[in-house]
Design a binder for this molecule. Structure first.
Ligand code: NAP
Length: 288
């Protein structure tokens, strides 16, 4: 039974594809720039959708990126998936709510409310479904992410999260949880809030990185306008850039200060700690 993996080159899709293949699953990995082991898939190019869906039974769904309303692209795709015989969809949602997302129309629009809630509703309409709601990714501290760049370049994390904490999770643990749901022999239906093992503010995360790299790293408060500008400079469209900063202010108010045992329940092992994540990436914050 073919499992279609969207976002297969990303933070969760890459480890997920590797895990599913290692477990002998028939995986169809996708990318906008396909290679020998991937087929072409672009949310914005519906011509790529039929080939991706042909014969698929199960989908790992990473939504169309950088938009407050993924439904114009995702709804037709999911309708085609139903027609193609897909039975199970595992959606990568989020614990964070993008508050700029369009509100439900008065009285409800014909297809239900737009935005991420509507995408989750469309996924729930499949015979088997799961909606993953992970906390912030530990991978935000790595690579090209502005948080990582700030640490490398200035030893500084700027945010509007204040003292707010969140249950940072390694994307590999999300992938491990997703693999269990995609491969489960029995019926699947549920929402899963996924976190790491502890709730940490940026100041505590900065201290862990500082101790590991032997250089100071501090967390400083940034005005909302500065963070929106940073997101715009990183190429995000206007409403999405602002909504993402809204998540910071929600975190300051405690929206993500929680820890669940979902990763352990699904995978049988505890999620990785932030300190362990940092320990395994010694060169990540080097300026050389
Ligand atoms: N970062 C966090 O803290 C966090 C927390 C909770 C939830 N999430 C959710 O996680 C999801 C992924 O976020 P991420 O930043 O970690 O990204 P990611 O999964 O690492 O990368 C994005 C993936 O999407 C694919 N992609 C990009 N544009 C595409 C398009 N037009 N059509 C098809 N595929 C496309 C990319 O594939 P190619 O480039 O190969 O085409 C890549 O595999 C988001 O939905 C976000 O809401 C993130």
């Amino acid at each position: 039974m073919t499992i279609l993996v969207t976002g297969s080159t990303g933070n969760t899709g890459r480890p997920l594809t590797a895990t599913l293949r290692a477990r002998g699953a028939d995986v169809r990995a996708t990318s906008r720039t396909p290679g020998p082991d991937t087929v072409p898939f672009d949310w914005t190019d519906p011509r790529t959708h039929p080939r991706a869906l042909a014969g698929a039974h199960t989908i790992y769904l990473v939504p169309p990126p950088l938009t407050l309303d993924p439904t114009p692209l995702a709804r037709p795709f999911l309708a085609a998936a139903r027609t193609a015989g897909v039975r199970r969809v595992v959606l990568l949602g989020s614990l964070a709510e993008l508050r700029g997302a369009p509100a439900p129309a008065p009285g409800g629009s014909p297809g239900g409310p737009p935005g991420p809630a509507a995408l989750a509703a469309a996924v729930r309409s499949f015979p088997e479904w799961a909606v993953l709601r992970p906390s912030g990714f530990m991978q935000n501290f790595t690579g090209a992410h502005p948080v990582a760049a700030g640490i490398r370049e200035r030893g500084e994390i700027r945010s509007a999260t204040g003292e707010g904490r969140l249950g940072w999770i390694d994307a590999a643990d999300i992938a491990a949880a997703a693999a269990e749901l995609l491969l489960a022999p029995g019926p699947v239906a549920g929402e899963y809030v996924l976190t790491g093992p502890e709730s940490l503010g940026y100041a505590e995360a900065a201290a862990i990185i500082a101790a590991a790299i032997g250089r100071p790293v501090r967390h400083t408060p940034a005005p909302v306008a500065e963070l929106i500008r940073r997101n715009l400079d990183a190429g995000m469209p206007e409403p999405f850039a602002a909504a993402l900063v809204g998540v910071d202010t929600d975190i300051a108010a405690g929206s993500e200060d929680r820890v669940t045992d979902t990763v352990r329940r699904l995978t049988g092992r505890p999620p990785r700690s932030f300190a362990d994540f940092v320990r395994t990436r010694p060169g990540e914050w080097s300026t050389a």
